[in-house]
Design a protein around this ligand. Structure first.
Ligand SMILES: C[S@@+](CC[C@H](N)C(=O)[O-])C[C@H]1O[C@@H](n2cnc3c(N)ncnc32)[C@H](O)[C@@H]1O
Length: 420
């Protein structure tokens, strides 16, 4: 018999199994939502092991072999399951601060200039961004309001810890639950995110007998099982129709993901932005690349102790789950909701446009800082895997420094409007 520990966090596995028992097989998106964000046991939401101890009994509570001995903060970073740019070096935050200042100038130095960061994780990017803003001229820090939108209370606690230094000036940093708390067109400034959208729950699609099916998750004999069911969700149907309108045909046996939450999020972002810029940093591709023949199994990956796995049904709640972004659909959703596409670039080009070469020139080639920055620029690694989508509204922007080197033509993200 399968041991619960191999399947995942015992409390979470029981909660998902109960969900399935109550309503029948659930969509993969619902499964991923519970695995990552279940209020008590989710990968991003679980705080301390006290919860685990209460639910599983003291014998299992601190069993490191199944990952229960770690806090939420331990799971991201060099010694965690995965790391992000902000774990590597503050240079991305410094570049974002310079980019923000250029937008501030284009907006006529508004007071306040608001920055919203969504999905701030441990808060390193926010900390380094605010530190970089202290060096910027024209009273930028004084006019800055930094708002974090973070759905995980555990991550929020970590952010508060990182940002202690700025908490005494209450207007500078604040937290919001989600974008719905903001009025339409109320944001004047910048909204950015790093590795937020790839952490949204995705639907999974399989092409069987010439037709797209949606993958559901059931529970049989003590384990999660996948079931392909006919497509009934009209939003998924519409999404796939739009892909076929740009000649993307998914062949028999193809498996992939659709991030409907990303499209909904983009519309919310467009609604709240009055004047300013949106920067979405994440790993992903144009729709043509993401849904091309090279990716027949999709891009869903799970990370545990820096090891990637394609199996989302083991270590449930103990491993991260993520899927690459379809930047074409994101840009199109934004355009339909009133955001103009400013440009699309990769992390290497973005950092180069914002002066990383000058920073490197001032460093010893063998130094830790030098090596860390090079790690972020590596063309065969983070430099090109990570892309940056820039969108704007309500302002005529100058050529942004971050978009000075654009490896993609503007048309790369184009998709015709959906006529149905
Ligand atoms: C992969 S982590 C990235 C963390 C951080 N941005 C970094 O670069 O290190 C994703 C973060 O987004 C948060 N998140 C996911 N969905 C969210 C949502 N709808 N609203 C706000 N935060 C969200 C997660 O709780 C987590 O903190």
């Amino acid at each position: 018999m399968t041991q619960p520990a191999a399947i995942g966090h015992p409390g979470l596995v029981a909660a998902i199994a109960e969900d399935i028992h109550a309503s029948g097989p659930i969509t993969f998106a619902r499964f991923m939502e519970l695995a990552l964000y279940h209020p008590q046991f989710g990968y991003y939401t679980r705080t301390t092991d006290t919860n685990d101890a209460e639910r599983t009994g003291p014998g299992q509570a601190c069993d490191d072999r199944i990952g229960l001995g770690r806090t939420c903060e331990d799971r991201i970073g060099w010694n965690g399951d995965f790391y992000t740019s902000s774990d590597v070096h503050p240079v991305m935050a410094q570049a974002l601060a310079r980019q923000a200042r250029q937008v501030d100038e284009a907006l006529g130095r508004p007071d306040p200039f608001t920055v919203i960061e969504m999905g701030a994780g441990k808060g390193f990017l926010a900390r380094d961004f605010l530190a970089a803003c202290e060096q910027l001229p024209d009273g930028f820090l004084r006019r800055l309001r930094y708002v974090i939108i973070e759905r995980s209370p555990a991550m929020r606690a970590s952010q508060q810890h990182q940002l202690t230094r700025w908490l005494n000036a209450p207007a500078t940093v604040s937290w919001l639950d989600d974008l719905t708390h903001l009025e339409a067109d109320s944001l004047v400034g910048l909204l950015f995110s790093n590795e937020l959208v790839d952490a949204f729950p995705v639907h999974r699609i399989a092409i069987e007998q010439g037709r797209p099916k949606e993958l559901f998750v059931g529970w049989e004999q003590g384990r999660f099982v996948e079931q392909a069911q006919p497509l009934t969700n009209p939003d998924l149907h519409r999404y796939l129709q739009r892909l076929s309108s740009i000649d993307i045909a998914l062949p028999e046996g193809y498996r992939t993901e659709v991030n409907l939450a990303a499209v909904a999020w983009m519309k919310d972002v467009a609604r709240v932005l009055g004047r300013g810029l949106v920067l979405t940093i994440d790993y992903g591709h144009t729709a043509q690349d993401l849904y091309g023949p090279d990716r027949r199994k999709g891009t869903l990956l799970c990370y545990y102790h820096q090891m990637a796995s394609e199996d989302p049904y083991t270590r449930v709640g103990l491993q991260d789950m993520t899927a690459h972004i379809d930047f074409t659909s994101l840009a199109t959703a934004g355009e339909e909701a009133g955001l103009a596409t400013t440009g699309f670039t990769n992390q290497m080009s973005f950092l180069m446009g914002l002066g990383v070469e000058q920073i490197l020139d001032g460093l010893e080639p063998g130094s830790r800082d030098f090596q860390a920055i090079v790690h972020l620029l590596r063309p065969e690694g983070m430099g090109r895997t990570f892309k940056i989508l820039a969108q704007h509204k309500g302002v005529a922007l100058p050529e942004l420094d971050g978009l000075r080197f654009k490896p993609f033509f503007g048309s790369a993200l184009r998709m015709p409007a959906y006529a149905g």
